[in-house]
Design a protein around this ligand. Structure first.
Ligand code: NAD
Length: 370
């Protein structure tokens, strides 16, 4: 059983899917590990560390021909034809936005697993890439170019920054906690009623339209629902007046399988003071702010900075360490420790929830052709 670890082909991606720590663990399970030259370079894991952990340093070609291929992002169109037709590939696949890429993987015969589709159950917690990466994103997002707390100095008083967090999931909670720790005045909004108490327990103020629809906005799985147009209009009115007074806005609002809800319009950006910052963590799913662009820093006409680059890729070492552990925890369940070989239990609920393609077809119910 050979495991291949690729260097990411997306130039904006700085993370790596396995670290020297997880390489050692895979070797402990009886696998051989082939790491592409330079795979961990951007994340602060040089080739020499993989080598001393026991990995073979190889070409991309060789890493792609492994039995089990580990990646951060979905394999590119150039990589898919170079995979073995019976290979298992594990990555964050971003499947909702990229159905044609799933079809290509299906045609190549590979078994492709999407880490972000793992159910949020206790057994899968150690594999939860959404949480591990969102936690770091929320932490990094609150760092901005000025002091956050109120300071009284002989030279005068600096007022505390006002931080508004939109979307209180894993990333939002971390952004609130970090903002509070740094001394900002923090408010937050969400459409799920359960978040109100969480926001208040972190010492922040909750701001939302709390009508009947709000009381029903949480799915059984703990996620948000798409809200009605009427609710969105009421929400927009409330946010419009609040946002004009904020120094930093961190948006993290997502709905599984849907584009990110548009919460901050160009007019709202116009109402903000010059020097304010919007960090749009939902940018890769279309963005919560009308003006944000993936991978870019946008300056609005009135001097508001809108940050659209991925925050986890700016702390690639910590992000990779956690991502690699999530991947190991999942991959380990696909390996028979006695025979030291791949042995996937296709009836396992985690396998069923994440497997997109297998045996030449799309097998995941959410992505099967109608
Ligand atoms: P997410 O990334 O899907 O969304 C982020 C937040 O955006 C959510 O809180 C959502 O309610 C909010 N949102 C959506 N539409 C909005 C709108 N129009 N306006 C304002 N906010 C909006 O969420 P997440 O971080 O994955 O967390 C979702 C839930 O899952 C949370 O309750 C979290 O605690 C829970 N969770 C459970 C586990 C587990 O049990 N293993 C792990 C992680 C998270």
């Amino acid at each position: 059983m050979r495991i291949g670890v690729l260097a990411e082909t997306d130039p904006a991606e700085t993370r790596v899917a396995a670290t020297p720590e997880t390489v050692k663990k895979f070797l402990g399970l009886g696998a051989d590990v082939s790491v592409e030259h330079g795979a961990g370079a951007k994340a602060g894991f040089p080739d020499a560390e993989y080598q001393s952990a026991g990995a073979q340093l190889v070409s991309a070609e060789e890493a792609l021909s492994a039995d089990l291929v580990l990646k951060v992002r979905r394999p590119s169109g150039g990589e898919i034809p170079r995979l073995r037709s019976d290979a298992i590939v594990i990555a964050t696949m971003d499947p909702y936005e990229h159905r044609e890429a799933i079809e290509t993987m299906a045609k190549a015969g590979v078994a492709a697993f999407a880490m972000e589709l793992l159910p949020r159950i206790t057994r899968a917690q150690s594999m939860d890439v959404l949480s591990s990466q969102a936690n770091l994103a929320g932490y990094r997002a609150a760092e901005y170019g000025r002091a956050l707390p109120m300071m009284m100095t002989p030279a005068g008083t600096v007022t505390a920054a006002k931080l508004f967090v939109m979307g209180v999931g894993v990333a939002g909670l971390q952004a609130i906690a970090t903002g509070r720790r740094l001394g900002a005045v923090v408010t937050a909004t969400d459409v799920r009623p359960a978040t109100k108490e969480q926001v208040e327990s972190l010492g922040a103020k909750f701001v939302a339209v709390e009508d009947e629809e709000f009381k029903q906005a949480e799915t059984a799985g703990g996620y948000a629902k798409e809200m009605s147009d009427a609710y969105k209009a009421k929400q927009a009115d409330l946010i419009a007046s609040h946002i004009a007074k904020q120094d930093i806005v961190v948006t993290t609002a997502l709905i599984p399988g849907r584009p990110a809800p548009r919460l901050v319009t160009a007019d709202m950006v116009k109402s903000m003071r010059a020097g304010s910052v919007i960090v749009d963590l939902a940018v890769e799913r279309g963005g919560n702010c009308e003006l944000s662009r993936p991978g870019e820093l946008v300056f609005s006409d009135n001097g508001v900075r809108i940050v659209g680059y991925s925050n986890v890729t700016r702390i690639p070492s910590s992000a990779s360490a956690l991502y690699a552990r999530n991947l190991y925890a999942f991959a380990e369940t696909l390996i028979d420790k006695e025979n030291k070989s791949l042995a996937v239990n296709w009836d396992d609920e985690l396998v069923k929830a994440t497997c997109l393609t297998r045996g030449g077809a799309i097998v995941h119910p959410n992505f099967m052709p109608q």
